[in-house]
Structures are given as C-alpha cells and as structure tokens.
Ligand binder design. Structure first.
Ligand SMILES: [Zn+2]
Length: 102
C-alpha cells in the first residue's frame, strides 16, 4: 500500500535495517523499544490487521520467522504481542507482531 510505513520500508523507500527476511516476512527493530530487544515481525503482504486475515497460513509463517529470529538473536525468553485496531494500540495499520525480551 502506497502510504504505509512498513510497505515503504519493504520497498526500501525508508531506510531500515532488516534483521531477518524470508519469502513471506521481514523483521526490524522497533524505533521506540519498550524492552531491551523489541523486534517487529511483519508480513510482506499488506494486511491491515488480524481482523483482515482470511488465510491464517501467514500467521504460521510469522511465528516460524520469530523462532528463527530468536535463535539468531539469542533470545530465549520473550513476549509476543499483536495489537489489533487503533483502540487496542495498533499504531501502524499493517499487521505486525511485537517480540519483546529483556
Ligand atoms: Zn503496508
């Protein structure tokens, strides 16, 4: 989507360091970290939120990515969080999973 910040990052229109990338998703560090490590895992397809998902295969792919990222980043204990909807604190309307670890 044209004006979506995560789509812009994916298209390299906004510089950002990818800490992980595969066919389905990519991961970046949150610019306002709420923990020592705060990673965002993002599907490459623009899906607004969990409410818009029709094929939940992507959710499996995202969690597979988290597992790989955690090995790579040496993360053994962590929380995952998915805010769905602005009223729940979703700031970017492109599905993403927060991975937080202290
Ligand atoms: Zn997007």
């Amino acid at each position: 989507m044209k004006d979506c910040i995560f789509c812009k990052i994916l298209r390299k229109e906004i510089p950002s360091e990818f800490i992980y990338e595969d066919e389905h998703c990519f991961a970046i560090n949150d610019i306002n970290p709420k923990a020592k490590k705060h990673i965002l895992v993002i599907p490459k397809e623009h899906i607004e939120s969990l409410n818009e998902i029709k094929d939940f295969e992507i959710v499996k792919k995202l969690f597979e990515a988290i597992s790989k990222i955690n090995i790579k980043e040496n993360i053994s204990h962590f929380k995952t969080l998915i805010n769905t909807g602005a009223k729940a604190g979703q700031e970017v309307m492109h599905l993403h999973i927060h991975v937080l670890s202290d």
